[in-house]
Design a protein around this ligand. Structure first.
Ligand SMILES: *Cc1c(COP(=O)(O)O)cnc(C)c1O
Length: 364
């Protein structure tokens, strides 16, 4: 079976580096908010050109902490997409704010600037822009839209590690960005982990308190915070894995290029190619087809795993039926949910695997 991810096939050298990182933490006798986290935060900042990186418990907390650090809470509306991980919207709700869903562009699956514009009210304070599948697109447009309407731009970078649009990495276009290190992300740890990034010292200071109960100095608390810290062991493992990330990212992009040029079947559509090669890191390679369910079963019959990201848009999820949304509806998101399919695209795939996926799809 060609799987969507296969960590067992990762290089032995990487596994040994991870074990050695764990041993180092064990020997240090210091397990929370220590030198391994400091080191990984600096490495991540350096790699992506951020002033501040703050390790937190997971990607969802990173979004909540970013929003709360920006002063967003009860009574504030935050515009985002219905085509995302549930965590994006859950984080807005957890911050006390009100999510408002705008529709997507059907060609990319990304939030539509026109629909987002239509969702702006006097209560709107921010846009949570999700770089879905690893794609960054039209970033100037989002910056201008936010500027013109006095909105804050917060980026959900959970699928976009090392995605680079012109001269900047995901997370550097607005007030703050949120990364997840959930195991299946492009940079994942061996459990839960996340990172909030920002170039603002004020946001970083507030986030530092919020991740640690709201504590300003030991045993003194200025905020109602969270307990959300990236632990030393995961930070050590992430430092080891970060060294491999550029190479792994390139591998994903090479596979995607082959898929884009060699998968040719009138029953299968590709999403729009990225505006710049580096602006898509292919956390997922997504195709669409009006025969999606048949395609999924057919791939399974040929020993190729595929998954749907995402089968149910947020506004059709049970607790979100009343969620605010574009008055024109969210038809593109609903259509995408019915037609999208993610096919294997990960750094441990062999050339044979890639060729098999292509030829099997071309015979559908
Ligand atoms: C994975 C993901 C999250 C949540 O990250 P966790 O670490 O699982 O909390 C948020 N947004 C998007 C787009 C994601 O893919």
């Amino acid at each position: 079976m060609i799987l969507m991810n296969n960590f067992q096939l990762e290089p032995e050298e990487l596994k040994l580096e991870e074990l050695s990182a764990v041993k180092q933490v064990l020997d240090s006798g210091w397990y929370i908010l220590g030198p391994s986290l400091d080191k990984f935060e600096k490495e991540w900042s350096q790699q992506c050109g951020f002033k501040f990186s703050l390790g937190v418990g997971n990607g969802m907390d990173a979004i909540e902490i970013a929003l709360r650090s920006a002063g967003i809470g009860v009574g504030d509306e935050v515009i985002t997409t219905p085509m995302t991980a549930f965590a994006s919207v859950l984080a807005i709700i957890r911050a006390g704010a009100t999510p408002v869903l705008a529709d997507i562009d059907i060609g990319t699956g990304l939030l539509s600037p026109e629909s987002a514009q239509a969702c702006i009210t006097i209560k709107t304070r921010a846009i949570l822009l999700v770089h879905l599948y690893g794609q960054m697109r039209d970033m100037e447009k989002w910056q201008i839209l936010c500027q013109d309407n006095s909105l804050m731009l917060i980026e959900d970078c959970a699928q976009a590690h090392l995605s680079k649009y012109k001269d900047k990495y995901a997370g550097a276009f607005g007030l703050a960005g949120a990364y997840s290190f959930y195991p299946t992300k492009n940079l994942g740890c061996l459990g839960d982990g996340g990172m909030m990034v920002t170039n603002s010292a004020a946001i970083a200071d507030k986030a530092m308190m919020l991740r640690n109960y709201g504590q300003s100095k030991r045993y003194y608390h200025d905020e109602i915070g969270l307990n959300s810290r990236l632990d030393e062991m995961q930070a050590g493992i992430l430092s080891a894995r970060l060294k491999w990330l550029p190479e792994f990212t390139k591998k994903r992009q090479e596979i995607a290029k082959k898929y884009l040029t060699q998968i040719k079947n009138p029953k299968i559509n590709h999403l729009l190619p990225p505006q710049f090669e580096e602006a898509h890191v292919y956390h997922l390679y997504v195709i669409t087809s009006q025969f999606r369910n048949e395609l999924h079963d057919y791939l399974k019959g040929s020993e190729i795993q595929s998954l749907i990201h995402y089968p149910v848009p947020i506004h059709l999820q049970t607790p979100c039926k009343e969620i605010l949304r574009d008055a024109n509806g969210l038809a593109n998101a609903e259509k995408h949910a019915e037609t999208c399919l993610s096919i294997p695209c990960h750094p441990q795939m062999s050339a044979d695997d890639v060729n098999k996926v292509i030829s099997v799809l071309n015979k559908f």
